[in-house]
Design a protein around this ligand. Structure first.
Ligand code: NIG
Ligand code: FE
Length: 400
């Protein structure tokens, strides 16, 4: 008697991204059976006669990967910052533009003025491009609302856009992205609004999956970030951090101390922080597009991450200021060319390690029995093609 299943993919080079001893977790001549949204069996293609599948796909020895994950984005926003790009080309720095009231605050103004539907609509367009690249799970942060209602509006827009696009969205509260203009003379007042009102409400109503902050000279101090992390901990929300992007405030070590999911950007991260990340299994999320767009020269300490066994994720950081892109595959390319990652590190960075950065690695990020049946069949038999080739998509078929 044959076993029934919804989907059977066979004759594939399975890039499982699971820890099976081979590079990329490769299974050659592999087959995978899925039923009711889960992977129920994996094995060799010559064993598939045991199955009767509703849909059977011959991969022709091409690559199959887990559905890709973009674990750090600011996809919900209104307005444009194209003018700032021009200003930066003319010599103004990101920090100088921010201090002059541009930067994040200019996007805040536009985002506050936009209605929910406008935000959902523009976010769907950005998600559509990610989806065309085989991305199935996307983290989206708030952080352009900076008041109670506008932050909630952003979180709601993120989830609604995910639903409309048939993609899985994880939301992160980033109310601590900048001090809003009405609190310019009252920083403690804004931090307590976040800690006493926004975080408790978001936690009670399960509106966000994590809490983030921008710990930086032009963002929030270490002491303020601690207050926000303490509030998140009281309300049972995991934390992550925009850490050490423009200077070393010890942010990566700080988020590690709190048992956080990930430290993101981390160009200026010190060895001391790297050691704390290793101790607490904090993921290092690399954002090579922001590095490139800001024309940064200080690279994240990749060698130390490797030496200390820290898993690296890669994300777009998609946002109107420092990463005007929805091209995750290009970010893989850049992580290799700019930061010296290997092809294997790049692929793991948008699969299993990105899942770890979101705390969802028990259900996603690798092709393993019991995990979600989210996979991409690529129009190539060489895994390096995903990182190497830029331009038209190599996605042949997606399964979700
Ligand atoms: O991840 N660094 C802070 N936040 C964003 C930039 C946001 C913006 O400029 O709008 C980032 O790079
Ligand atoms: Fe960011």
């Amino acid at each position: 008697m044959k076993k029934k299943c919804d989907l059977l993919i066979h004759n594939a080079q399975l890039i499982t991204c699971a820890d099976n001893g081979s590079e990329f977790g490769l299974v050659e001549q592999g087959a995978v059976a899925c039923d009711q949204g889960k992977i129920v069996w994996m094995g060799a293609s010559d064993q598939i006669s045991a199955f009767a599948a509703n849909t059977s796909i011959d991969a022709n020895n091409n690559i199959v990967t887990p559905g890709l994950i973009d674990c750090h984005t600011h996809l919900v926003f209104a307005g444009s910052r194209a003018n700032e790009f021009a200003m930066r080309l003319a010599g103004a720095s990101y920090e100088a533009i921010a201090q002059a009231g541009g930067g994040i605050l200019s996007t805040v103004k536009a985002t506050r003025a936009a209605c929910l539907e406008q935000l959902v609509e523009s976010t769907c367009q950005r998600l559509a491009h990610l989806k065309s690249q085989g991305v199935m799970t996307v983290e989206i942060k708030s952080g352009y609302g900076l008041d109670f209602d506008s932050e909630l509006k952003m979180l709601a827009a993120a989830r609604a856009a995910g639903e409309r696009m048939g993609m899985d969205v994880k939301t992160t509260l980033l109310a601590a992205h900048a001090i809003p203009p009405e609190f310019a003379d009252d920083r403690p007042g804004y931090v307590s609004l976040i800690c006493q009102e926004i975080i408790p409400h978001v936690a009670k109503h399960k509106l966000a999956d994590a809490v983030d902050a921008f710990c930086e000279g032009i963002g929030f101090s270490v002491a303020e970030t601690r207050q926000i992390f303490d509030a998140a901990a009281r309300w049972g929300l995991p934390v992550k951090l925009h850490a050490d992007q423009l200077s070393d405030l010890g942010g990566a070590g700080l988020v590690a101390e709190y048992g956080g999911l990930s430290a993101d950007h981390i160009e200026y991260t010190s060895l001391n922080s790297v050691q704390k990340m290793a101790e607490h299994h904090t993921i290092a999320t690399l954002l090579p597009y922001a590095f490139y767009a800001l024309q940064e020269t200080k690279k994240p300490p990749i060698k130390a991450f490797r030496e200390w066994g820290i898993d690296m994720a890669i994300a777009t950081d998609s946002n109107p200021g420092t990463a005007p892109t929805t091209n995750l595959l290009q970010c893989l390319h850049m992580a290799c060319t700019q930061f010296g990652l290997t092809v294997e590190e790049a692929i793991l960075g948008v699969t299993i390690n990105a899942a770890k950065a979101l705390g969802i690695d028990d259900e996603k990020g690798s092709i393993e029995v019991g995990k979600a049946s989210q996979m991409v069949l690529w129009d190539t038999d060489q895994i390096a093609d995903l990182v190497y080739w830029q331009g038209q998509t190599l996605v042949k078929q997606t399964f979700k």
